[in-house]
Design a protein around this ligand. Structure first.
Ligand code: WQD
Length: 371
């Protein structure tokens, strides 16, 4: 397929953990060509893209899909808080194959930090999204996949959680996700050209099986899975704390729906494919198309079960202390993943053991974190 026939997909913030896996899955289709929008604050963007291209080049049969050579992923410097820089990006691509769609993951996502810095979170996550949408509308780009989160549900009454569950966010971070979903719903209601999917991530984890793409946030990870990997590889020596064992769950610790990051990335391709096929239904009363989907497995595990699973994968014998609950933790966030399967044809394929094995394979090859 010639580069002009390829569908360019803009990926703001494309140098992040989940984004890296999305870039690879877009290339693997042989029809979507990612363009990474990066604000330059992340010095690793070029290195991340190089790793993705390296893994793509090793994919059997992929070069043939592109007529012999896998195209390069462009890296374009712009900042979502500066709308003119986004306009310049869209204009730059008018001549060489316009931007067909956007997968928007660029957001700050630390729940605790958002309680301390609410204005910065609203500015970065909401204003940045508004600038991006304005620029898309001004340049005739109407296909949008938005990275949302299970935290929009707050403490849900129904488990597993359907998409119809009320949106009741607690933290400013979760509120930025809900505000952006409402913006997208209203945009679709008003503008018949827009095709929009909000993907509500449950708990992403793991790494690409090659061991060349993965996550290892610098410093001490907040999230459980990368922390368990960092402890097993000896990068973190602090004692492991389990935040509460008095929840109404199987063993008293919180239960979460952990989703392999490769399955999560493939959910984005499924959303783009559904948009391309015109298969995104519009809810009554909207001119455009807007749907929200859970991306989860429908199976969830407790903190203690995750510790045991990572012990099996890494061979590390974790010791931990039970301490008080962490503010904002809810007992159970398990997805009902039926809607994404019915309407996007997507469901998670990889199990917990695979996730932990792939995570350990990455971490043991990259003990110091992302290179
Ligand atoms: C999982 C469980 C902790 C660390 C977060 C964000 C959410 C989303 C995914 C962006 C919880 C327990 C953890 C530790 C522990 N990110 N835990 N000791 O909180 O479900 O979701 O990441 O969208 O917005 O909130 O994931 O990995 O932080 O915690 O006991 O040292 O592990 O209490 O029950 P969480 P997590």
């Amino acid at each position: 397929m010639s580069s002009t026939e390829l569908k360019r997909v803009l990926c703001p913030g494309g140098a992040g953990y989940i984004d890296n896996h999305i870039l690879l899955e877009l290339l693997r289709t042989g029809k979507y060509l990612p363009v990474v929008l990066d604000n330059g604050h992340n010095s690793k963007a070029e290195a991340c893209i190089a790793r993705v291209q390296e893994v793509a080049n090793e994919e059997p049969g992929l070069k043939e899909k592109f007529g012999g050579e896998i195209p390069k992923i462009d890296l374009y410097q712009a900042d979502l808080t500066d709308r003119s820089s986004i306009d310049k990006l869209f204009e730059a691509y008018e001549s060489k194959g316009k931007i067909w769609g956007v997968i928007h993951l660029a957001a700050w996502k630390a729940v605790g930090e958002s309680n301390e810095l609410p204005l910065q979170y609203y500015e970065n996550n909401v204003s940045g999204t508004l600038n991006l949408l304005h620029s898309m509308k001004d340049h005739g780009c109407q296909n949008f996949v938005y990275s949302s989160s299970a935290t929009v549900y707050g403490e849900p009454e129904t488990i597993p959680i359907p998409e119809t569950s009320p949106l009741q966010p607690h933290s400013p971070y979760a509120k930025t996700k809900v505000f952006c979903e409402y913006i997208l719903m209203d945009l679709a209601k008003a503008d018949s050209d827009f095709n929009i999917c909000s993907l509500r991530y449950f708990n992403p984890g793991g790494a690409h099986p090659s061991g060349k793409i993965g996550e290892d946030p610098q410093g001490k990870p907040n999230n459980l899975l990368p922390l368990l990997a960092a402890i097993a590889v000896g990068r973190i020596n602090d004692p492991l704390k389990v935040f509460g064992d008095d929840f109404p769950t199987i063993d008293g610790t919180c239960v979460r729906d952990y989703l392999h990051v490769v399955d999560l990335a493939r959910g984005h391709v499924s959303a783009l494919d559904a948009i391309e096929k015109g298969a995104i239904y519009s809810v009554t009363g909207t001119k455009g198309k807007y749907r929200a989907f859970n991306l989860g497995t429908g199976t969830a595990y407790s903190v203690k079960q995750m510790i045991e699973a990572m012990k099996v994968a890494s061979g590390f014998d974790y010791k931990y202390d039970i301490v008080g609950r962490r503010e904002g933790d809810v007992p159970d966030l398990t997805a009902d993943p039926k809607l994404a399967h019915e309407e996007l044809g997507w469901k998670a394929e990889k199990d917990l053991q695979t996730m932990c094995k792939d995570l350990w394979n990455w971490q043991s090859q990259n003990p110091k974190g992302e290179s």
